[in-house]
Design a protein around this ligand. Structure first.
Ligand code: GUN
Length: 311
């Protein structure tokens, strides 16, 4: 894909795209990430079947978990189940929390060599003592379906994306689905993590938004949120973004996940009050969570086709 095509691919179709000033009237449209994720997974399943027919093998994804972090175990089980449903072979590797870095690096080297494995995902966070940077750096960039390797992050930053981080890619896909304009709009990203915030800023730049990134040292978060026509929050702190800060008509993507005292899953944004002002908003759960897994499968089939030299 040429640089120009890459930029165009990331942009919603111009005639249909709408921004805060032309958002739907009344309460926000609640973006159905679960429904779009189903659609993406069906597309992946069809591509996986075609890949198997052409190559004689199913695409393969290795999902590695170290330790028994409860939330990670839930995410990993979703990822493995989604693989099976899409016709992608899942190779599970569950290692004890006491695994030495050299052992994990040896497993990654083996997976890099394994012809059946098209994608490698090491679930984060890793137990203390294991360097996520050294582990991510060791994954073959062509199998880096998380898009976290410096090569893939660098390619995205240079406007020639290859394997794109799943959650930010899911935000872009949802925006396209709902005809939300990104080109030229003021976008604010809250959170500067390497998993979501930073690649999200790169995706929005690729789509030609004007991007502000807020982080721990940001002085006036409210002001940066209030000017946002597109807001992506990825912090994991319930109630961080007050509903009355939302710009009328804005598109709000809530990537934050935390658990309330009653065990309920919460996003960063005060949903009910925000929905009275926003043009579009994602729910938690049912927004970016399912989209992240769908884009992981999409990256896996992309990686498989690129490795096999098929379309
Ligand atoms: N932990 C939380 N989100 C993710 C993700 O998207 N990929 C990996 N590997 N670990 C995570």
């Amino acid at each position: 894909m040429s640089e120009r095509e890459a930029v165009t691919a990331a942009r919603p179709a111009a005639p249909a795209a709408r921004s805060a000033s032309s958002a739907p009237a009344g309460r926000a449209v609640v973006m159905d990430g679960a429904a779009l994720a189903r659609k993406v997974r069906h597309e992946v399943a069809a591509r996986a079947a075609g890949f198997a027919a052409r190559t004689g093998r199913r695409p393969g994804l290795a999902v590695v978990q170290v330790g028994e972090d409860r939330a990670s175990s839930v995410y990993v089980s979703y990822k493995r189940k989604a693989c099976q449903e899409a016709g992608i072979e899942s190779f599970g590797h569950d290692l004890p929390a006491a695994t030495a870095e050299s052992q994990l690096l040896a497993l990654i080297a083996e997976l890099n060599r394994d012809e059946r494995v098209d994608g490698i995902l090491v679930q984060l966070p890793l137990p203390g003592g294991l360097s996520p940077d050294r582990i991510m750096d060791a994954i073959d960039p062509r199998k880096d379906v998380d898009g976290f390797h410096p090569v893939n992050f660098g390619l995205l930053a240079q406007k020639r994306p290859r394997l794109r981080p799943c959650t930010p890619y899911g935000v872009i896909r949802l925006a396209q689905e709902y005809g939300i304009a990104l080109r030229g709009v003021k976008a604010t990203v809250v959170g500067d993590s390497t998993i979501v915030g930073r690649p999200m800023a790169m995706e929005l730049l690729l789509a030609e938004a004007t991007v502000t990134v807020c982080h721990i040292a940001t002085r006036d978060l409210r002001a940066d949120v209030e000017r946002a026509e597109v807001l992506v929050s990825a912090v994991g702190k319930a109630g961080l973004i007050r509903g009355d800060w939302i710009r009328p008509g804005a598109a709000v993507f809530d990537v934050g996940i935390s658990w309330a005292a009653n065990g309920k899953l919460c996003g960063d944004v005060e949903f009910e009050r925000a929905a009275e002002r926003a043009g579009w908003i994602t729910p938690v759960p049912g927004g970016l969570g399912p989209m992240t897994i769908a884009m992981l499968l999409s990256n896996t089939i992309d990686a498989a086709c690129a490795r096999a030299g098929t379309s």
